[in-house]
Design a protein around this ligand. Structure first.
Ligand SMILES: Cc1ncc(COP(=O)(O)O)c(C=O)c1O
Length: 449
């Protein structure tokens, strides 16, 4: 039921300073309409959890409650259970972050998803006005966490090989020349969200060296590293350097986001502070969810499941790339991810992906406009396209509809010059209301990530 009362905010002059810049992300505003069944949504970031053996997962969950309810339905400890932290170390060892690299259960802090991991690091290191360097574009939830910490994000451009080291050097120098000091580099080096690109082997060491020389911490966010379809990705940054690198990950994409279990591997000296900050936020991560992930990792064929996710996503990625190549008008460009969940597309010159959203929704296709992934309004020509959630034929249909919209925009532009914008309608959240009359609400929800 819709809430009652006025939408006018009487509390404006009482909010804390940090609330000032808080606005709904473009992705959140999109979901009201993108979730309707007749809309092909390429907008979400949801893994395809229907691929899990749901009956077996259900039995597993039942046993956790029946056999171990006295502990799993209780409060737990702030750092997370030892059993899960040990399993997390086994998972990380698989990508080279092992005991030799100083990874130990002692230094792992279990979090409520990868999102809390980012928020914790932001709370620990960012004062208002501090600078964070991050790839441009970057994960929208990280932008939210940095904004809540009243930090300023300076983007570092990428190309098909990931973050550009020379651009990182320039950004560090520019920030210093402006009298600021960047606190850390937030990076998603492998199968990046939203760009889908991967930092190459050669560049990884350079990026670490540049950060070390500049005294910059590295916050490596790696939710997708195990979701590759073209062989092994380069080893994580944390597998190459232990000092000054925070490693963040989550079971949201490799198992299921519903459990909300992620983690931080922190330098030893910082771990205690992370636990204290986490306790102040959440007391402790859910004991039941941790037991579920622990049981999943110890009693179920999770590596096989990972393979099945990889195969499904490869097929869907291929469907998207083929459809883009077959159907998109000339002048459209896109990345070719070797893993993860997203393709990042660039529209032909002069087109604006944000202004195109209402038109796309009328044609019953949804995507996330690129501006949501920048702190500075960049990304107007870009769209993020998700390929994990929809079946290959739906993906093709979605791209067919999208291509039609782009063609219409190009045709309009060839007649009128610049595509006309209606004053006051260029802000995506407001303009989405104009298309809210499409169909009935969908039953299935979608993640806003
Ligand atoms: C790069 C990145 N980091 C963190 C997260 C958050 O993960 P979680 O759902 O575990 O909070 C996401 C989710 O999409 C993500 O893409």
């Amino acid at each position: 039921m819709a809430g009652s009362g006025t939408t006018l905010d009487d509390y404006t002059d009482r909010y804390a300073q940090r609330v000032r810049g808080m606005t709904a992300s473009e992705i959140r505003a999109l979901f009201a309409v993108a979730n309707r069944p007749e809309v092909v949504s390429l907008a979400g970031g949801a893994p395809y959890v229907s691929a899990l053996p749901l009956d077996a997962v259900g039995e597993m969950l039942n046993r956790i409650a029946v056999d171990h309810g006295a502990s799993t339905l209780q409060y737990g400890v702030g750092q997370g259970t030892v059993e899960l932290r040990e399993h997390i170390c086994e998972v990380m060892a698989g990508s080279g972050i092992d005991g030799d690299m100083g990874a130990s259960p002692e230094d792992v802090v279990v979090t409520v998803g990868g999102q809390q991991a980012i928020d914790l690091v932001a709370r620990l290191f960012l004062d208002p006005g501090d600078v964070v360097l991050a790839e441009g574009p970057t994960y929208v939830g990280a932008l939210g966490a940095f904004q809540a910490a009243q930090a300023r994000v300076v983007h570092v451009p990428m190309d098909d090989d990931g973050l550009i080291p020379e651009a990182l050097e320039t950004a560090i120098a520019d920030v210093a020349a402006a009298g600021h000091r960047a606190k850390f580099l937030y990076t998603i080096p492998t199968y990046q969200n939203p760009a889908g690109v991967t930092l190459t082997e050669e560049r990884r060491q350079r990026v670490l060296d540049i950060c070390e020389a500049a005294g910059l911490l590295v916050v490596e966010d790696d939710p997708y590293g195990q979701l590759g379809f073209a062989g092994e990705p380069p080893a994580p940054l944390r597998a190459r350097r232990r000092d000054g690198v925070f490693y963040l990950s989550t079971f949201s994409k490799t198992f299921a986001p519903g459990f909300r279990v992620g983690w931080v591997l922190a330098p030893h000296a910082v771990r205690e502070k992370l636990v204290i900050a986490s306790e102040a936020q959440i007391l402790c991560p859910s004991a039941y969810a941790q037991a579920a992930v622990t049981a999943y990792l110890s009693t179920m064929p999770w590596r096989e499941q990972l393979k099945s996710y990889q195969e499904i996503y490869r097929e869907r990625r291929d469907a998207m790339l083929t459809a883009l190549a077959d159907l998109m008008p000339d002048g459209t460009r896109w990345t070719r991810p070797d893993g993860g969940l997203f393709v990042w597309a660039t529209l032909p010159d002069g087109l604006n992906a944000k202004e195109m959203v209402p038109r796309a929704l009328r044609e019953r296709v949804a995507y996330v406009p690129g501006t949501g992934f920048y702190a500075d309004g960049d990304g107007t020509a870009n769209l993020r396209l998700n390929f994990s959630f929809s079946a290959p034929d739906r993906i093709r249909e979605g791209i067919r509809r999208l291509a039609g919209v782009v063609e219409q925009e190009l045709a309009t532009r060839s007649v009128f010059g610049e595509v006309p914008t209606i004053p006051g309608r260029s802000e995506a959240p407001g303009s989405l209301l104009d298309v809210a009359e499409i169909g009935a609400p969908a039953v299935e929800g979608e993640s806003a990530s």
